[in-house]
Ligand binder design. Structure first.
Ligand SMILES: *Cc1c(COP(=O)(O)O)cnc(C)c1O
Length: 422
């Protein structure tokens, strides 16, 4: 009795807290993100706590960012120590954390000749990769500046990366764009081969399209991209912003394929929530950008670099990639049990812990809401697909709990949807 009264009180507190933030936020924060469904004050591991201290099971990790869970102690310790030493000096001077991080990245890519440019996020890492590819192209011919990308891709929101993003709806509000990108169907190897020519400086793609609906790109498309780049002296850039740092079960998604890119970009999980991006190149690509070609004030910031070093160290020590593969198998089996026993569910797509539960009706948004009402955070990445991207150190019991809540949410959506049908 008193328990349920208390819970109602907590729900009220959380709603009031959320409403207050909504009012203030809509006054002075630009409305680029539409309405936001919840407000949070604290996180710990796989849990996020609302304004009344109620825990939510976080199966989104800030869109693949807090891969070691919220407030990871090793990251907090590294940041705190670096904060008290040195925060910023500009790129006029050397600092050690960024150099050590570049060395770490050369190890985990397994590229002994890797060179790294540090940016602030995924978009700015891709921006650097595009500029790098244009320099590399212009060393061969002045008009070798075109980029080939795939439909459904997502590469960022700066003007260049927006254009490279294969989603027309995101372009339309800003057209005309510069017109240096050729987009081909994401699953068509022949179209990709045909699109790459003497004016192409790069092919830019994801191994598993994240925002585009968690869709693994077919192996033959990856092979075609590598072959076409080699044939035309273009660079293969793999955007690992969402897939990088163990998300798909290997340090980088390309490492589970037979294709080795010239450049990769990483960002989201690299510093477990602090803003950082990196453009990592090997071979001739590593020499394409020289003094004066590209720069950014905050790139290689000692604090974010220290956080990223802690992430890589922790992922190595804890065998995070191993846990990703085990939990991925557990989810595979769990979702297979839901096919037939729960409404809508047809299967699971994706790799490692970048997954989407596929549905046979456009009810993903309703499922997202029903999960939220049951204190589980997931998101509708398409009308008929619900994305799961938990922290990579998620435990087996947390996966089981998520499966139970998801089943309850699906049953609720089916029950209410039937009522609505005349
Ligand atoms: C999120 C994302 C980006 C953009 O990263 P930002 O940090 O938002 O600039 C680029 N590429 C991929 C694959 C992403 O998932």
């Amino acid at each position: 009795m008193s328990g349920s009264v208390q819970l109602e009180g907590a729900a009220l507190d959380a709603a009031v807290f959320h409403e207050r933030l909504r009012e203030r936020g809509s006054q002075h924060v630009m409305g680029t993100y539409g309405d936001r469904s919840l407000a949070f004050v604290r996180g710990e591991g796989t849990a996020l706590f609302d304004g009344a201290g109620r825990p939510y099971l976080d199966f989104l990790s800030g869109l693949g960012v807090t891969s070691l869970g919220h407030a990871h102690p090793a990251v907090t310790a590294a940041v705190t120590e670096q904060m008290s030493q040195l925060v910023h000096v500009s790129n006029l001077y050397w600092t050690e954390p960024a150099i050590a991080l570049a060395e770490d990245l050369a190890l985990v890519t397994d590229w002994p000749d890797a060179k790294v440019f540090f940016a602030q996020c995924g978009g700015t890492a891709n921006e650097a990769a595009i500029k790098l590819a244009r320099r590399h192209g212009k060393q061969q011919a002045d008009d070798k500046v075109r980029v080939v990308t795939l439909s459904g891709s997502f590469h960022g929101r700066t003007l260049a990366t927006l254009e490279a993003t294969g989603q027309a709806a995101k372009h339309e509000p800003f057209e005309p764009l510069a017109g240096f990108v050729d987009t081909v169907a994401w699953d068509d190897a022949e179209a990709l081969t045909a699109a790459v020519g003497p004016e192409t400086c790069a092919v830019l793609l994801e191994v598993v399209q994240g925002e585009g609906g968690v869709r693994p790109v077919p192996q033959e498309v990856l092979l075609a991209a590598r072959a076409a780049c080699d044939a035309h002296g273009a660079l293969l850039i793999v955007d690992e912003v969402q897939t990088g740092l163990c998300r798909t079960g290997t340090w980088f998604a390309f490492q589970a394929t037979s294709v080795v890119p010239d450049v990769i970009t990483v960002a989201k999980a690299l510093a477990n929530g602090l803003p950082i991006g990196a453009c990592i190149a090997r071979g001739a690509a590593a020499e394409a950008l020289q003094a004066g070609h590209h720069a950014t004030t905050f790139g290689g910031n000692p604090v974010t670099a220290a956080a990223a070093r802690a992430v890589i160290r922790e992922m190595g020590h804890a065998n995070t990639c191993g846990n990703v593969l085990e939990r991925s198998r557990q989810l595979d089996e769990g979702i297979a049990r839901l096919v037939g026993s729960s409404p809508y569910v047809t299967g699971l797509r994706g790799r490692g812990l970048l997954l989407a539960v596929t549905l046979d009706a456009p009810v993903a948004k309703a499922v997202e809401v029903a999960c939220r009402e049951r204190f589980l955070l997931v998101n509708a990445v398409a009308d008929d697909a619900v994305r799961l991207a938990p922290p990579l150190n998620v435990r087996a019991d947390e996966v089981e709990l998520m499966l139970e809540v998801l089943a309850a949410a699906l049953a609720h959506v089916a029950a209410t949807t039937t009522e609505d049908t005349p």
